[in-house]
Ligand binder design. Structure first.
Ligand SMILES: [Zn+2]
Length: 195
């Protein structure tokens, strides 16, 4: 839970209703953020992106705030912005759609749809662009191997990296380096032979 979620719970902020739900493990009840019941201890709280998730682990809806009656509704623009920011900051990590969605407490389907509508590319495409941009820099500015660079920018295999790179640039990583990073590559070679 981040500070924002916690503040929403503490201040019973109804603008967060439908954006997440919280369960209290000690009482077995789950609530919407605006619930007026006593604020539980932070360590006993678990957050959920949907009411189904809370029910799946055996929590019951609170009678007071009736959390299951709230429609799930994160604001699109804010969600898209957060997806973008998360990718900008964490593209080197093993991110995928499900992982991004779970970090932002939204459903992958909803996230994909609102991001694509606002940004005219999907979160996965944006992630690939970000990784390829970073790879271009590393290819021209360092003498790291293509495999190392693939890992550094978040790809699991160099084959998949090469495939995505080619799709976005029309060149293989090696071709790109040969065209734009020659000088560096020579320096790299020199230090290899020197050692
Ligand atoms: Zn409640």
């Amino acid at each position: 839970m981040n500070e924002e979620h916690w503040q929403a719970i503490v201040s019973c902020d109804d603008s967060y209703d439908g954006r997440f739900w919280y369960g209290v493990l000690t009482t077995g009840i789950f609530c919407r953020p605006s619930c007026k019941s006593r604020v539980p201890k932070q360590e006993n709280i678990r957050l959920f992106a949907t009411t189904e998730e809370a029910e799946k682990i055996g929590l019951r809806p609170c009678k007071r705030c009736q959390p299951q009656s709230v429609q799930w509704r994160p604001p699109d623009e804010e969600l898209a912005l957060r997806v973008e920011r998360l990718i900008d900051e964490c593209y080197q990590e093993p991110l995928n759609l499900t992982e991004i969605a779970s970090r932002l407490f939204v459903s992958p389907y909803y996230m994909q749809r609102s991001f694509t509508r606002l940004k005219s590319c999907s979160p996965s495409q944006y992630l690939s662009q970000k990784r390829v941009e970073a790879a271009k820099r590393l290819l021209t500015e360092t003498s790291n191997s293509v495999t190392d660079i693939a890992m550094q920018v978040g790809f699991r295999t160099s084959a998949y990296f090469a495939q995505v790179f080619h799709k976005l640039t029309g060149q293989t990583p090696t071709q790109y380096r040969a065209e734009y990073g020659q000088r560096i590559e020579q320096i790299g070679r020199k230090s290899e032979t020197g050692s």
